[in-house]
Design a protein around this ligand. Structure first.
Ligand code: NAP
Length: 311
């Protein structure tokens, strides 16, 4: 491929290096004048590569009239304007499956850390407080029911792990699954009525905006636990903070937030809340595999072969 390739944001270094070795890449985020860069390469640029956080908006794509492929480094495509791509015949690829296990592992880590107060215990030891007496008891995961909002690739991997912890499994989502006999609820509130723990594993974007409402969180109640490895947009974040502060919700493990990297400071003092800086797929293992999929999709497109993971 001789035409220029637009990089929207920094990628996993090995992937970015390989793209820059293979293709004529232009880094949008480093351009002194991004509009000028787009004007310069727009007529020829057929491929843009972005990541799940940056995405690509219609205003940028409108300046790339030759664009044919947007390759997303990440499975979630809520930050890119999919409707615009579909309306303009621009193909989109993402990186499913290869990150599923790492994200599901983090969901379980957050669940256990929040329920068993692991960061608080760690601080207790480091600060020498154990020398003055024991830490006290914590809630337990045993006997709990876990409700998964979105039983897709990651949701199923979370369910498999929860089974090993002896929890009952329930889920909600647009399509009831015929291959599992877990409890199905036809709404998030109905799932919260059945469950003690809600884990968000659905996509972000307008279709799931604030899907996990104040009512759902209130329904989980003072012993309830909420885990989010999906997107900040899927939950009513102000209600979440308010209910955690008041004790109306028991605990939370959060990897994703509205307006990242901003995190509501009120959460910092709460031992029952465990926070992560959007680390779901942030392992060398997943990022290398995601990068390979991006490279393979771009190479397939350039060679006129079918895309590996079209969205
Ligand atoms: P997936 O296989 O497409 O699964 C998404 C699931 O969400 C599907 O089962 C779908 O239901 C369900 N869903 C869609 N709309 C819903 C709604 N309104 N209510 C409830 N469920 C709904 O995707 P995946 O690979 O599991 O990834 C899921 C999401 O995880 C990504 O889109 C991304 O936002 C997030 N993620 C986060 C991280 C992180 O670092 N924290 C990393 C990777 C991914 P049906 O099966 O009925 O269609």
């Amino acid at each position: 491929m001789n035409s220029p390739l637009l990089l929207m944001a920094p990628l996993y270094p090995a992937t970015q290096q390989e793209l820059e070795t293979r293709y004529r890449c232009h880094r949008l985020w480093e351009a002194a004048d991004p509009a000028q860069l787009l004007a310069r390469i727009g007529a020829d640029c057929r491929v843009a590569v972005t990541n799940g956080g940056r995405g690509i908006e219609a205003a940028t794509m409108e300046r790339l009239p030759a664009l044919q492929l947007v390759a997303n480094f990440g499975v979630g495509v809520d930050a890119l304007d999919l409707n615009w791509c579909r309306a303009h015949g621009v193909a989109v690829t993402n990186t499913p499956d290869v990150l599923t296990d790492d994200v599901a592992d983090l969901a379980l880590a957050l669940l256990l850390a929040a329920v068993r107060r692991i960061p608080a215990g760690d601080r207790f030891v480091r600060e020498g407080r154990w020398l003055k007496g024991g830490m006290g008891l914590t809630p337990s995961l045993q006997g709990r029911r876990v409700g998964i909002v979105g039983l897709g690739r990651i949701g199923r991997a979370i369910a498999q792990r929860c089974l090993a912890f002896n929890t009952a499994i329930g889920y909600c989502g647009p399509r009831r699954k015929s291959d599992v006999d877990w409890h199905y609820a036809d709404s998030v509130v109905a799932l919260a009525q059945w469950a003690d723990v809600l884990i968000a594993a659905c996509p972000g974007g307008p279709g799931t905006y604030r899907l996990i409402s104040r009512e759902a969180l209130q329904t989980l109640g003072p012993d309830g636990v909420f885990v989010n490895i999906a997107r900040g947009s899927v939950v009513d974040q102000s209600a979440l903070v308010e209910l955690l502060l008041s004790g109306a919700l028991g605990a939370a493990g959060l990897d994703v937030f509205d307006d990242e990297p901003q995190v509501p400071a009120e959460l910092f003092a709460l031992d029952k809340v465990v926070l992560q800086p959007h680390q779901g797929s942030a392992t060398h293992h997943s990022r290398a595999a995601m990068g390979q999929l991006v490279l393979d999709n771009v190479a397939a497109w350039a060679a006129g072969r079918p895309l590996l993971t079209p969205v």
